[in-house]
Design a protein around this ligand. Sequence first.
Ligand SMILES: [Zn+2]
Length: 297
Amino acid sequence: MMKDEIVIAEALDGQIRIHAACTTALVEQARIHHHCMPTSAAALGRTLTVTAIMASDLKGENEKVTAMFNGHGPAGTVLAQADAKGNVKGFIGDPNLYLVREDGHLAVGQAIGTDGNLTVSRDMGLKEPFTGVSKIQSGEVGDDFAYYFAISEQTPSVVGVGVLVSPDGTIKASGGLIYQLLPNATEEAISFCENVAATQKPVSELIDSGLSLDEIIHTYFSDANILDRRNIQWHCECSKERFAASLMTLKDSEIEEMINDEKGAECVCQYCNTAYQFTSEDLKEILKQKHVENREC
Ligand SMILES: [Zn+2]
């Protein structure tokens, strides 16, 4: 299997910027962590893929990109977050969807819905993140990000993104190909991109056929220069210590109540669905620590 990676390139003397991504392994991890059925896996996987590509342009260590679909479809909220180190995580409101269109493709647009917005936040480590909002077009994810890039970031873009799911429900291939016209683009470059968009095969099928990302780029942009490559991976930084710290923000009476009912507490990470168990003994320790920390203040 091809390793997960993003390749960044330019073509037509720097008039077109290209990002190609293979995300098969990380989308498979997302599917496993959230127990996703195929349509949910595809909706989440496509969103994770474009978000990972957007984050590959980040420069600072602590910068991150968050993309969120709220389309009022059965999927509920679909959210992905990626950072400058290539760590990608996310979740979907309903992971149990298996909706299929009449043509046999997974009905991602129907799952996400079109009554709402795509919100993208670029957190550059400043006080306020830069947030852009655009109306969801089809809910198919690629179209919606293309519209977002055009409206919110004034960058005409073609966004191809796809997830192939095997009959056994595992992820067979996943990836994305985004090409964007830079401000110096001529009419010739514009029509070149339109022509590529009209003839391009789905990127997940290209990855599944065994082509490398460089080969995929050169198939459509024969003069492309490869500029950079980035590793990407499914990763959530949550830990039992982090949840213990958030339990410490509860009132004493709430912690005491959990200690007294002797069932302990379970905290589940929204991003990666990992469950952390806290016994009554753990909770007593948290209560004790809480008072130590208060005294130190
Ligand atoms: Zn987590």
